[in-house]
Design a protein around this ligand. Structure first.
Ligand SMILES: [Zn+2]
Length: 267
């Protein structure tokens, strides 16, 4: 049961790029009540990371010793974003990055506490390092802005959550049932897009890199169903580009194309 609970949380994280509820409520950037402490975000994240990495059927982590160069590139990208000077919990969270060897999944996710997972399918699908950096910035923002625990606080309250995580089966069952429908709010998705621009503004990347991801998705002959849900992807592209313009940051792609092509060829 505990495993199911964690897997459902992971499923929620894995949908964070694309999903949002149709809730009209929006969170103020950086705000939103959270009963969890920063330390508890880190602890919850570690627990989820351990579940992920003990489940190679669902999460086939790319072997690091046989893929050193690919890991060096993805870590260099992560470090550049984290060292932008704009990540609030830069020193409190783990900020580990792993690659999941699954070419069919166009996704990335980040648990609370900064355990980042990027699918080979996403890396191969994208054309530019800026685009992947934009998606990674978005996922880092969900963890850095602590969206999961803010959302869970709103739904359950900390005593129920911690008791469930400590093994209270009845509460666990209750939460598990409710979590199936838990999605980040539209406000949190927009906030993560905005923070992606903010973080990348402190790097050599095109700070509107995340817009490239949505544009590429929309350019598919049959765009995935999730793109038809809120927030509207065209609006997200516009929002990301507007934020980039507002901040006066770079919008041309000058990232190292050779390195990104190399990364793709390694996978
Ligand atoms: Zn998201």
């Amino acid at each position: 049961m505990k495993k199911n609970f964690v897997l459902i949380i992971i499923t929620i994280f894995s949908l964070t790029i694309f999903n949002s509820s149709c809730s009209k409520k929006t969170a103020k950037p950086g705000g939103g009540f959270n009963l969890f402490s920063v330390k508890q975000d880190a602890e919850l994240g570690l627990q989820v990371k351990n579940e992920i990495e003990s489940n190679p059927n669902d999460f086939p982590i790319l072997n690091e010793s046989r893929n050193k160069e690919a890991y060096q590139i993805i870590r260099a990208m992560t470090s550049e974003i984290l060292n932008s000077g704009k990540v609030h919990h830069r020193n409190q969270f783990a900020w580990e990055v792993k690659i999941i060897d699954d070419d069919k999944t166009l996704n990335a996710f980040c648990t609370p506490g900064g355990y980042i997972y990027v699918y080979t399918g996403l890396i191969k699908f994208l054309d530019k390092e800026d685009e992947l950096a934009g998606v990674m910035g978005h996922e880092i923002a969900h963890a850095d802005q602590r969206h999961s625990t803010r959302q869970m606080t709103k739904m359950y309250g900390i005593s129920v959550l911690l008791s469930a995580l400590a093994g209270n089966q009845q509460q666990l069952a209750q939460i598990t049932a409710g979590l199936i429908n838990l999605k980040f709010s539209r406000g949190h998705e927009t906030e993560a897009d905005t923070y992606s621009v903010h973080y990348l503004g402190g790097t050599s990347y095109n700070c509107a890199g995340a817009a490239g991801f949505f544009e590429k998705m929309l350019g598919q002959p049959t765009p995935p169903q999730f793109l038809s849900t809120h927030p509207n992807p065209e609006n997200r592209v516009e929002n990301i580009k507007a934020k980039a313009k507002e901040k006066g940051c770079k919008i041309s792609n000058k990232a190292n194309q050779t390195r990104y092509n190399r990364l793709k060829s390694l996978l």
